[in-house]
Design a protein around this ligand. Structure first.
Ligand code: MLT
Length: 411
């Protein structure tokens, strides 16, 4: 009989969001009249802006005519989108060439797949709490041992990011080859300062490590002093790969489009110790395993960078960030300690003393009919915390906050 990849047996039973979905469905089946408000998974609710849909429709029309029909496109993405992204980076003070950008169908896939081009015995560091994809994909690839009672995998290096250190990831104190950083952070909503990024880049350069920098939420940064891209930091092009997405920025969670930057200056060594450019290696992987994002979707993504596209997506981001403010302030007034939500669409709150994250999840669902995400689902340092997403309709967000304040005040 065929045998399974034994690393899959090390994984915890289910991925976080399907587990939440299962519990919510069970509750809804038993309580069919409950008006459930979902602020769990960070999924956008506002429709795609008109200029973006218009571009998608026009591209679909092109596909309907033999003069303009397109078959396979370039695996890396069409030039019109690569150019627009490079231009966008320039506007943010970072030098990225169009041919250093790779278009994909999502940052979840990109951050999951990138580890494939690194040695199987690479030492990997992640923050705790963390977006679970970084962890699970390294488990699947065999870079870890089993899981301990705290939910930590042997072999991974965990960097606690907690209220005590202001949610700033501490530099590793031991040898690490790869480190995943996410800023603005999912789940804590914290944003790494310029000083912190400078320290990380200099650490990576000194240790010849690679930073896998997830900037999927950069568009939600409001404070003009905070960096939007790691490439704003001198020297970062030699140590960092960056991931960005149209999902939350422009409402593409259902449409699927993201991108990744692999600078040509970034090298790692092969088995003989010779330096190899990661750009070429990723290009080899990408062209073998991916056939590109569809033309209409790339046209829609390019429309995000037009003046009309920018204005429309910014209006949606503003609406979500106002939701975040409402959640933050409402929960503070109800006695909760809250973090994040100022430069990120997630609010990270402390659960009332005596409850675990999952106990609070169940209580919130039962008593307020509100869904959030238990902090422990993001790692052991997330225990005792809870994440609320600002991606919701205004009325639902206001109602959720009012219900929490009325039914589960923290004081
Ligand atoms: C989340 O809620 O953490 C995100 O929606 C997950 C994702 O982007 O894959």
């Amino acid at each position: 009989m065929a045998r399974i990849n034994p690393n899959y047996s090390k994984l915890q039973a289910g991925y976080l969001f399907p587990e939440i979905g299962k519990r919510v469905r069970a509750f809804a089946a038993e309580n069919p009249t409950a008006q459930i408000i979902r602020l769990g998974i960070g999924d956008v609710v506002l429709p795609l802006p008109v200029p973006i849909v218009d571009a998608m429709k026009a591209a679909a029309d092109e596909m309907a005519r033999k003069e303009t029909f397109k078959g396979y496109g370039p695996e890396q993405g069409y030039d019109f989108l690569l150019d627009a992204i490079a231009e966008h980076y320039r506007g943010q003070g970072a030098a990225v060439e169009p041919d250093e950008v790779f278009i994909s169908d999502g940052s979840k896939c990109d951050t999951a797949n990138i580890q494939e081009i690194f040695a199987a015995d690479s030492t990997v560091a992640i923050t705790d709490p963390v977006y679970p994809v970084y962890v699970d994909t390294n488990v699947m690839a065999g870079r870890t041992g089993g899981i301990d009672p705290q939910g930590r995998y042997q072999g991974l290096r965990y960097l606690p990011t907690t209220a005590e250190n202001g949610f700033e990831p501490p530099l590793p104190t031991e040898r690490v080859d790869l480190v995943y950083l996410c800023s603005p952070n999912n789940p804590t909503g914290a944003v790494m300062s310029r000083e912190s990024l400078v320290a990380w880049v200099s650490w990576a350069r000194a240790n010849r490590a690679v930073i896998l920098f997830d900037a999927a939420y950069e568009a939600f940064i409001r404070d003009p002093g905070l960096p939007h891209t790691i490439y704003e930091i001198p020297g970062a092009r030699e140590v960092a790969i960056e991931f960005r997405s149209f999902s939350k920025t422009a409402g593409f969670t259902g449409t699927r489009c993201a991108y990744m930057v692999v600078p040509k200056d970034l090298n790692a060594t092969d088995a003989s110790g010779a330096e190899v450019a990661l750009h070429g290696l990723w290009n080899r992987r990408h062209t073998t395993k991916f056939n590109g994002v569809s033309y209409p979707i790339q046209k829609a993504a390019a429309a995000v960078f037009t003046p009309a596209g920018r204005a429309a997506t910014q209006a949606n981001i503003d609406l979500y960030m106002e939701n975040a403010r409402i959640i933050r302030e409402g929960l503070s007034q109800a006695g909760y300690t809250v973090f994040g939500g100022q430069n990120a669409p997630y609010v990270w709150m402390k659960v009332p003393t005596g409850l675990s994250s999952w106990q609070f999840f169940d209580k919130l669902l039962r008593e307020a009919h509100v869904v959030g995400t238990p902090g422990s689902g993001f790692g052991s340092c997330g225990e005792g915390y809870f994440r609320l997403s600002a991606f919701g309709f205004r009325q639902n967000v206001e109602e959720a906050v009012a219900r929490i304040a009325a039914k589960l005040p923290a004081r």
